[in-house]
Design a protein around this ligand. Sequence first.
Ligand SMILES: Cc1ncc(COP(=O)(O)O)c(C=O)c1O
Length: 450
Amino acid sequence: MNKLPFERPIIKKLNTGISNKFGLRTELEPITNIDGVPVSELIKDYGTPLFVISESTIRNTIHEAKRAFETRYPKVQFAWSYKTNYLDAVCRIFHQEGSWAEVVSRYEYDKALSNGVSGEKIIFNGPDKSEDDLVTASNNGSLIHIDHFDELYTLIEISGKLKKRPKVAIRVNMDTGIFPQWDRFGFNYENGEAMEAINKIMNSKKMEFVGLHAHIGTFMLSAGAYDVEASKLAKLAFEFKMKYGSNIGYIDIGGGFASRNTLKGAYQTGKDTAPSFDDYAEAITNALINSQLDTDDMPLLILETGRALIDEAGYLLGTVIANKKLSDGRRSTIVNFGVNILFTAFWYEHRINPEKEYSGHNETTALYGPLCMNIDQIRDSIQLPPLKKDDNLVVSCVGAYNMTQWMQFITLRPRIVLIDTEREVHVIRNKESNKDITALEYVPNHLDKI
Ligand SMILES: Cc1ncc(COP(=O)(O)O)c(C=O)c1O
């Protein structure tokens, strides 16, 4: 018989007055497998830290989102927000599911083209589009979302050089009742700037005006804000119809739906508070259907949802480096993943579970990353079992923004694997090496020798 490993005892105050008759669970369920693949095997084969992406979860989530919108509105199109996660494998899953690409830089634009997305299915957002970007996007028939008047004037100026009339929409910002208002992108609705931009586009006769776009914020916990947004865009589309006699081709509602993560300091968990796709779809489609828009020729509804489609498909596997006591007696645990790769630790309380069963109680723990930087704190206080050096952890809901906003700082960025729908594991990004990083550096001759 194998000897059970020793777990040191913990003295813990138990609270009375809790609502459940069995009391509060004092252990944490382990996550032993992801999509049927044992976590221990993933760790044995690929080491930690390791990002793991579940293809089944991505596909199930986009199916669920499409169902919510397509059952309520006749013309729906999702456009994958590249900045949320632009690993080629991830983007291609979304494109296989029928999503267009939504990009905000030339880097992302070229990535979408190399992923096989045709120019007409690329939405080009963002404030930074060079003259060359605008020429390329126009000639490819992409949808250019104008952010400011300078961009509009550049398009007019370069129109003589273009092979095709640019297809343009404007980004609109507005008050949706959410504070702070995102007003640094696009043209304001309330002060008439948005209509002014439309008038300039129409008067120039150099562009094809095809749509209206807004992106009102991110991790929006209120479906009601989308009701306001969709109503205001529909009103603007109606004013356009009244003035210019034609219907708008599309209304692009942007992204911003919340994932199931829990925000720092939130009273309840994200699972309990985030609106569902049905809630968002109900608010948006009701606003459009009940507007003055022509029911026989409703605009295409475009959604640039990022976070809510990918967050839950991502996991981060990590390992305990050491345990320490802080000066005030609190337990602290150092793990081998820091805020440089788990960027969203700055604003989420991720669900973090052990990879195996522990019989002991949990203990309040401060969880630190491996960086020699005071800011490298994953959680200031989390309930964890008595983990020891080399024990493993699974962080859930990390698919959005970590694998794009991560940085090579102090440590190298880790490997990423994808578990496909047949439970096969594929490396989709290798871990970085010193060579990868120094490949971009040059040492001047006089520094050859030290
Ligand atoms: C223009 C635009 N569309 C879509 C998105 C995706 O937003 P989210 O990931 O919050 O859904 C963003 C993110 O900032 C954005 O700027």
